[in-house]
Design a protein around this ligand. Structure first.
Ligand code: GLU
Length: 278
C-alpha cells in the first residue's frame, strides 16, 4: 500500500514551532517514501476553533514549503459521519451513558482501592435501563464512555493480542487499560477527537500516523477503536516534542514562537527548517 501520512492540526490558534516540526517530520517522511502527505483540519471543538486560524495554517505551511492535495477535509463538515461511528459502537453495546459529574468521578476514583490518577474504570453498579430512560427524559447531561470490560468481552482473546507497529520501536502491544473508560462523546457534542481521528485516518487511507509523543498514550485506545470498528491499524511514529529555551513545550499563546509572527518579522522559512535538522 502506498505510504500516506497526514498532519492534522486544530485551528484554535496560530501554529507554533512545535506544529511546524510535526508537519515537517510527516512531510519529510512522505517525501523519503515517495508517498503522500495530506492535511486535515481537526475543528470539532467549534467553540475554540476559528476560520481565521484555519487560513493561517494554510498560509504558514505554504510558507514552509509544504504542499498537499485538495480538497482538505474539515472535520466540522462531517459531524454526521462521527455520529454514525457512535451509533455503530452503541449497536455493538460497547459504550454506556455516564451521568456522573467530573467531581463525582474524581471522588469515586479516590475511593477505588487501586485508583491511579484520574482513570475511571467504569461503574461498579450500572444504571438500570429504567433509571437511564428517566434521566434521559429529564434532560440530564451525560457522556458516552467506551466500556473496556465490554470491549474485552466482545473481542475475547483478541483484546490482549492487540498490536501496532511503531516505526521507531517495532511491534508494540496495544494496552488500553491504563486509560480506563474514556469519554467518546457528550450529550451535546456527539463526538470526540478519538472518534474523529480514527474514522478519518481510515477514511483517508492513512498508512502512517506521525505525530508528537504527547499523543503516544492514546494510541492503544485508537488501536482498540480500530479493532472493534473493523478498521485497519496504521503504523505509528511519535516524534520528540520541540521545547522552548526554558525547556517547556511551545504553546499557541507564545506569540513569538508562532509561524505567523516569524513571517511578519521577516524571518525565512529556511531558518526555521534549519533549526529542525540540528
Ligand atoms: N488534532 C490534534 C492536535 O492538534 C492532532 C491529532 C493527531 O495527530 O492525531 O493536537
Amino acid at each position: 500500500m502506498t505510504f500516506r501520512t497526514r498532519f492534522a492540526p486544530s485551528p484554535s490558534g496560530h501554529l507554533h514551532l512545535g506544529h511546524a516540526f510535526s508537519a515537517w517530520t510527516a512531510w519529510q517522511a512522505a517525501q523519503s517514501a515517495s508517498g503522500a502527505f495530506i492535511l486535515r483540519i481537526e475543528d470539532i471543538d467549534t467553540t475554540r476553533c476559528k476560520r481565521e486560524f484555519e487560513q493561517s495554517i494554510f498560509d504558514d505551511l505554504i510558507w514552509l514549503g509544504l504542499d498537499w492535495p485538495l480538497p482538505v477535509r474539515r472535520q466540522s463538515d462531517h459531524f454526521a459521519d462521527y455520529a454514525g461511528v457512535l451509533e455503530t459502537l452503541r449497536a455493538k453495546d460497547l459504550v454506556y451513558r455516564c451521568f456522573k459529574t467530573r467531581k463525582e468521578i474524581l471522588e469515586e476514583i479516590a475511593r477505588a482501592p487501586h485508583g491511579v490518577g484520574d482513570v475511571y474504570r467504569g461503574p461498579g453498579e450500572p444504571v438500570s435501563e429504567e433509571e437511564e430512560a428517566e434521566r434521559v427524559e429529564r434532560g440530564e447531561a451525560f457522556a458516552w464512555r467506551l466500556s473496556l470490560d465490554r470491549c474485552r468481552d466482545h473481542l475475547g482473546g483478541g483484546f490482549d493480542r492487540m498490536m501496532f507497529h511503531d516505526l521507531d520501536h517495532g511491534d508494540q502491544a496495544a494496552d488500553p487499560l491504563p486509560l480506563g473508560d474514556v469519554i467518546l462523546a457528550r450529550k451535546d457534542v456527539g463526538t470526540s477527537y478519538h472518534i474523529a481521528v480514527v474514522h478519518d485516518d481510515a477514511l483517508q487511507d492513512v498508512t502512517h500516523v506521525i505525530r508528537g509523543e504527547d499523543l503516544k498514550d492514546v494510541t492503544p485506545l485508537h488501536v482498540l477503536l480500530q479493532t472493534v470498528l473493523d478498521l485497519p491499524t496504521p503504523s505509528y511514529q511519535h516524534h520528540r516534542l520541540l521545547l522552548d529555551e526554558s525547556g517547556k513545550r511551545f504553546a499557541k499563546r507564545d506569540r513569538a514562537a508562532t509561524l505567523n509572527a516569524m513571517r511578519s518579522d521577516g524571518l525565512s522559512a529556511q531558518h526555521v527548517l534549519d533549526g529542525f535538522r540540528t
